[in-house]
Design a protein around this ligand. Sequence first.
Ligand SMILES: *Cc1c(COP(=O)(O)O)cnc(C)c1O
Length: 386
Amino acid sequence: MPSFDDELGELGRRALLRRLRTFDSPQQPEVVLAGKALINFASNDYLGLATEPALREAAKAAVDAFGVGSGASRLICGTLPPHARLEEAIAKFKGTESALAFSSGYATAVGTLGALAGESDVLILDKLCHASLIDGARLSNAAVRIFPHNHLGKLESHLEWARSNFPEGRVIVVTEAVFSMDGDRAPLAEIVEMKSRHGALLLLDEAHAVGVLGRNGRGLADALRLEGEVDIQMGTLSKALGVAGGYIAGSRKLVELLVNRARSFIYITAPPPAVSAAAAAAIEWLQTDEGERRREQLWSNLAVFGEQMPGIFNDGQRIQSPIIPIILGDTERALAAAAQLGERGFFVPAIRFPTVPRDAARLRVTITARHTVAQITALAAALRAL
Ligand SMILES: *Cc1c(COP(=O)(O)O)cnc(C)c1O
């Protein structure tokens, strides 16, 4: 029987051991790590909402009104007004009949795939789908097919396979609007056309697109005016919305089925009321002029970074989201680059296997609306000097 120490030692030898770091500051561009001031280019808090006064106030008011804990699962006696208000806000924002809030994006993915697919069904996932979607697919007992990243030809052959082998089953295509470690987008119009032609459903995870793309940050489906074509709209409240949680938006029947079948919704204590209240405030905030200005600031910051890093992508691709991967390949090389940036005052993490493929270790840069042009310019100079 291998000891815990053997296993950790093996991770260490492969440069894959990870350790937690405690930051002594709120989530913002200027952070403090082990007494050292760093500029943070790693956060998913793209709009700076994690520290936004309107959200803090909403959370405090909910603590005063409802306390800190929900006391029970949603189906027992844990559903409180902030949960109901949040779900109304999500459905209204997304233009769907209904919405359901989960405790996390991870719980949303695992619960939803498990609820909607079983052994007589097929899930077809993009190879770069987030771990939560992969785990959900694995747990569901459905037949799972993976297509190479954004590869429409292979998606189509999986759809044909599913239709002929599971003629009675539910077939669900699962992909992301903006990919979490690559920052590129799914070819949504083509995927929608294809899934419709094959009578399949589409689950689109908008985790990194909500708050960033579309009218008022409604996401990629909205940006392409395809929101009516996405059967199961998923997202998180924990990235650009700055709080925590996940959601599904869609038809009333979809939500009713999830309430009855999604184990990660049923067997979990309802989110703290303050968290749901802050998330609802985030959705309201996105739709204000201030929200629109902050989103414009994000895209203008991304343009600054793009100008300073010409040829950042080998294939001439343009920046498509706040996530910009700098692929270095070798794990040790990515770690050394992250350490070098750290010495110059920047926090940019090295992302390694198993989060990304073994030979595709990278720096994952995220730019937010709250970074200054000077901070972005300094980072670009440090990256060019690597
Ligand atoms: C972060 C993420 C999740 C999980 O969301 P949490 O709220 O952090 O649990 C799910 N899907 C994708 C694509 C993500 O990037």
